[in-house]
Design a protein around this ligand. Structure first.
Ligand code: HEC
Ligand code: HEC
Length: 408
């Protein structure tokens, strides 16, 4: 770790929020289930620092959010790791997510929509893969995500870090999005507002290796998904931290699991929480104990609805894939694709005529676009280069199970 003096920048260029020791200690206790070995001075000298977009440092280490000792990547004290019931598919990468709330501040709970974060909050998402040996040395060899993200650290001997995305809530109330790309030596990550393409090869047991290009998005393109208004332009918003996505258990350290909303509440980071009994919950799309509808809805909500909703980039298409639209039969089912002819999309032609043809997944355009990676067909429109076989099979079973009149 760098010494604090080498990291300190002129105060005018920087917006520093101090982390009180009491908060840092309690967050660490709950997050790690044990006592901190840090002395008070060590904790004070390594506290997280928060920057605005205009002063964002080139190196990720300067934020002091993630600590990399060359062997392990871990979250600094005061950061709370989290996971989602159903998450965004990003070419089989795994993700370590964290929330940082400035000392003494709280996130306002709400049952619907993104929770309301206080100014100075930072959310990080680190994309990584288990290491694997590629057949072609020109590619970075990675393995399919093996399990669910847990804990608050990553073993760097067995994992390779690709990028860390940061969302920070600035003093003017707007969120800023910053992509940091990890160096080949894995010691630090650099701010790359232009994004980066990485040649990779996915190695999976029992299937042929797949070469693909992993795309770190540009800072500009955060807006396409994190939009607050149709066609962007009105700023960005976190997508995942909604009550129904966070309402799940997380293993903070080996054997120490807790519901994530309860944990935030106990850490005094959540205001207005009305208790678990009243909190909505999304299905985990992988959970075969849930109905196909619940699984498909949860998957489409987190993978598509940020564009396919009233304020997303795909609003004009008229296809609404948010949690409240998909599956409803009270208003028009066309809204979520049933017997809906595409507006702009040319598509492959007959027999692929509608978004969803009930009972006939194999000719439904919604599944077609999820199971192709060709430009013009691929959905989500950005950020995917591999097919998500396991999720596509759930969506396929769900469409085949739909008992609605056939399309005319
Ligand atoms: C293809 C769509 C897409 C793009 C492009 C995208 N994101 Fe996201 N991002 C998501 C979705 C969906 C989630 C929530 C689901 C999850 O975390 O798995 C998310 C989650 C996040 C999170 C965790 C907090 C949250 O909002 O849930 C951060 C931080 C983040 N993104 C940062 C960025 C940054 C910075 C950029 C631009 C460099 C970016 N994202 C570009 C779709 C996108
Ligand atoms: C980054 C934004 C974005 C995301 C995320 C996204 N889409 Fe789209 N989608 C679009 C845009 C823009 C259009 C309209 C242009 C077109 O059809 O290509 C569209 C159109 C479509 C259409 C044709 C709709 C019609 O009736 O005209 C389908 C089907 C579709 N998307 C499916 C999906 C599915 C399924 C997902 C999630 C797995 C998804 N999309 C995620 C941006 C997105």
């Amino acid at each position: 770790m760098n010494s604090p003096s080498t990291l300190r920048r002129p105060i005018a260029l920087q917006w520093i929020l101090s982390l009180s020791l009491s908060i840092s200690a309690s967050a660490l206790l709950a997050a790690c289930g044990g006592s901190s070995s840090n002395t008070e001075e060590a904790a004070a000298s390594s506290k997280p620092q928060v920057f605005e977009q205009s002063t964002a440092p080139k190196k990720l280490s300067e934020w002091r959010l993630l600590i990399n000792d060359g062997k392990t990547l871990s979250l600094n004290a005061g950061l709370v790791p989290y996971d989602l019931n159903s998450a965004l598919f990003s070419d089989y990468s795994s993700k370590l997510r964290s929330i940082y709330v400035p000392p003494g501040k709280q996130i306002a709970y709400k049952a619907d929509g993104t929770l309301e974060f206080p100014i100075g909050s930072v959310i990080t998402k680190t994309f990584y893969y288990p290491k694997a040996t590629p057949s072609d040395a020109a590619n970075l060899g990675v393995a399919k995500q093996s399990g669910k993200a847990q804990g608050s650290s990553l073993d760097l001997a067995s994992n390779v870090l690709i990028e860390t995305r940061i969302l920070v809530l600035q003093p003017d109330g707007t969120w800023s999005g910053l992509p940091y790309v990890w160096d080949a030596d894995q010691k630090d990550a650099q701010l790359k507002v232009g994004g980066k393409d990485v040649a990779m090869e996915l190695v999976s047991a029992g299937a042929p290796n797949q070469k693909f290009t992993y795309s770190v998005p540009t800072a500009q393109s955060c807006q396409q998904c994190h939009s607050t208004a149709t066609a962007g332009g009105a700023g960005i918003l976190p997508i995942g931290p909604k009550a129904r996505n966070l309402n799940k258990s997380y293993e903070y350290s080996a054997g120490v699991s807790k519901n994530q909303l309860v944990n935030l509440d106990e850490l005094k980071l959540l205001s207005g929480f009305t208790g678990l009994a009243a909190a909505p919950v999304n299905a985990d799309w992988r959970d075969s104990g849930q109905t196909l509808e619940a699984r498909a809805k949860a998957y489409l909500d987190v993978n598509c609805a940020h564009c396919h909703s009233s304020r997303g980039a795909a609003f004009q298409s008229g296809l609404m894939l948010d949690f409240n639209s998909v599956g409803q039969t009270t208003a028009s089912t066309v809204q979520w694709g049933v017997c809906k002819k595409p507006l702009a999309y040319g598509g492959p032609g007959a027999p692929y005529l509608y978004g969803i043809e009930p009972g006939q997944a194999d000719v439904s355009l919604l599944l077609y676009r999820m199971s192709h990676t060709t430009t013009g067909d691929v959905m989500p429109a950005i950020g995917r280069h591999l097919n998500h076989e396991e999720a596509n099979s759930v969506v396929k079973d769900w469409i085949n199970s739909l008992k609605l009149p056939a399309c005319l």
